[in-house]
Design a protein around this ligand. Structure first.
Ligand code: 13P
Ligand code: SF4
Length: 312
């Protein structure tokens, strides 16, 4: 284990050079990881970065399904995740065997399956196309008009996309355990304390919260929205890591965390499993590595490529 602080950061950067690695980090990662990453972004931006990189090793600081997506589009590269237990409640809410059984049972519906990227390789392999919160509206609008859509696994994102597009879809009953913690009361309270500050919420929030928001968007679009807005303060209704990215890009503006009924801000325990120490050790040992059986990987790649093509 390396010493913490500047030495540790230098050792990580040195290992990164030696390994010819790229460090990709999600907007919810801890501040120290965001600061040394080569790219920080949302699931869509990270998917493009993963698909385009010429590095030999991808050190993915995010959760398992994100690193798995990077591996699916890069079978020849080594993809490492600092903590293999960094899962996702949304991904867990839709196991591939349950989805497969559901599709068999309802074969008469001939579903066109749209899967939010927060799902396993097994679920991706059963899907027609993948979407992220950044392109879900576009992907649903491009779906064949004569097919029934089954949207998995996030019922809140799915409901928001239905509101935006007017397209009817059947929704898998999954949810993000972090975003459902924001309530109408908790957001109304913080809004009363900061009158005039726009409320910016992630579409994984419930309807009761989304209708209070001035803007509902992906984490990356939160950056563009806040940059373009003349407002000086914003209430950010998503995971707390987002605040680092916003404050770094716009130090002159104020970002107020959206509270839940229990906490002043919301942390995703999975996103927070990655630490600088674990990133260091992952680059040193090239472990834990994401490994996917080739037949599964190849099936999961098709709907991801379709998404990347459709959302260009
Ligand atoms: P974004 O793609 O908007 O960054 O969302 C990912 C996520 O896991 C939200 O909880
Ligand atoms: Fe999954 Fe929610 Fe964590 Fe995002 S915030 S990774 S959806 S559990």
């Amino acid at each position: 284990m390396a010493t913490i602080g500047i030495d540790l950061i230098e050792e990580i950067l040195e290992l990164k050079r030696k390994r010819n690695a790229v460090i990709l980090a999600h907007n919810y990662q801890v501040k120290e990881i965001q600061e040394l990453a080569d790219f920080v972004g949302d699931s869509l931006g990270l998917s493009y970065q993963a698909a385009q990189t010429d590095a030999e090793v991808i050190a993915f600081c995010g959760v398992h399904f994100m690193a798995e997506t990077a591996k699916i589009v890069n079978p020849g590269k080594k993809v490492i995740l600092p903590d293999l237990d960094a899962g996702c409640s949304l991904s867990e809410s839709c196991p591939a065997d349950k989805l497969e059984a559901y599709l068999k049972e309802h074969a008469d519906k001939n579903y066109y399956v749209i899967a939010y990227i927060n799902c396993s390789a097994g679920v991706k392999a059963l899907s027609d196309v993948i979407c992220t919160s950044g392109n879900a509206v576009k992907i649903v609008e491009a779906a064949p008009k004569d097919r029934n859509i089954l949207f998995v696994p996030d019922q809140n994102l799915g409901a928001w996309v239905m509101e935006q597009t007017g397209r009817k879809m059947e929704l898998w009953r999954g949810a993000c355990y972090v975003h459902v913690e924001f309530t109408r009361d908790s957001i109304e309270r913080i809004r009363a304390e900061h009158p005039g500050a726009p409320v910016v919420a992630h579409p994984e929030c419930t309807y009761a919260v989304r209708i209070l928001a001035d803007e509902v968007c992906s984490t990356e679009k939160m950056i563009t929205y806040c940059k373009a807005s003349p407002a000086k303060a914003f209430i950010i209704v998503t995971e707390s890591g987002m605040l680092h990215r916003l404050r770094r890009e716009m130090p002159e503006k104020e970002f107020i965390p959206g509270p839940t009924d229990l906490c002043a801000c919301a942390d995703c325990r999975f996103m927070k499993m990655n630490t600088l120490e674990k990133l260091h050790d992952a680059l040193l040992h090239l472990q834990p590595e994401i490994v996917i059986p080739e037949a599964l990987r190849a099936r999961a790649e098709l709907p991801i490529r379709r998404m990347l093509e459709l959302s260009k």
